[in-house]
Structures are given as C-alpha cells and as structure tokens.
Design a protein around this ligand. Sequence first.
Ligand code: FEO
Length: 171
Amino acid sequence: MLNEKVSKLLNEQIVKEFYSAYLYLDFSVFYEAEGLDGFANWYMIQAQEERDHAMLFMKYLQMCGEKVSLGAIDKPDKTLKSLMDPLKAGLEHEQYVTSLINDIYGAAYDVKDFRTMQFLDWFVKEQMEEEKNADDMIKKMELFGSDAKGLYSLDAEYATRIYTAPSLVLD
Ligand code: FEO
C-alpha cells in the first residue's frame, strides 16, 4: 500500500502526462498548418513520449496494487501565434512538469517510500533532458529562425526525429 498522498499525486500525474501529450499534439497541429512538417514531426513524437510517461505512472500504480482513477484532460491552453510561441510554452511547461515530479518525490521522501523514489529517478533524469531539449530549440530558433534557409534547415533537422520507446520498462 502506498501512502495516500503519494498515491493521489501519482494518479494525478497520469492526467498531467496525458495533458502534456495533448499540448504537444496541439503544437504539432500548429506547425503542420504553418507548413513546417519537421517541427510538426518533432512534437508528434513528443506527444507519443508523453503518452508513454502517462502509461508508466499508471503501470507503476497497478504494480503497487493501487487504484487507478483517470481524471479529465484539460484543453490545450497555450496561445500560439508566432513560430517561437510553442517553443517557449514547451520550456515553461517542462519546468512545470519538473516541479510536479519534484513534489511527488518530496512526498515519497517524507514517508520513506524508497520504491517510489527509485521509480521517479528515471523521471528526474528525463526532465533534465526535456528542459534541455526545449531550451536548445529556443536557442536555435533565435539564432537561425529569422532566416528562411536557417528555418528550412531546422525543419529538416526536426523531421529526422524518430520515436523510441522509453528506456524504463515496468513488467
Ligand atoms: Fe512527461 Fe515532458 O515530461
């Protein structure tokens, strides 16, 4: 049995991760409409990764014998007007997700739930990568995005991203 607060936060994180998937799907739709297939591809894959994160939280709760309760997923709420908007909203969102992971970690730490802390270690590392990727995309857009050839190259780079399943496996 998990601590009640830890279990609640883990359950809520399932919905937060699905919201992340939904948000990135919205970014993908935005770039597709702008004719930037590479950026659209990058966020489509990001959405798949977020769905994987949600499933990992769900599976962990199930492995612990905890009840899983799925809440409502909010509508994506970011205002997307410029090509930079999704990139900045993405970094802001990942920083928020990092704070959520830290909150769950803190709750697990408080009750000496070492198993949940070990499970969350993967997400702590993952969040470092997520924030770094989001920050890199902003920097590249600042450097090259105002030039047509530069933007074309960036789009071509993001078109090469392929989906890989998460390295964390729960059986
Ligand atoms: Fe599930 Fe982008 O963190």
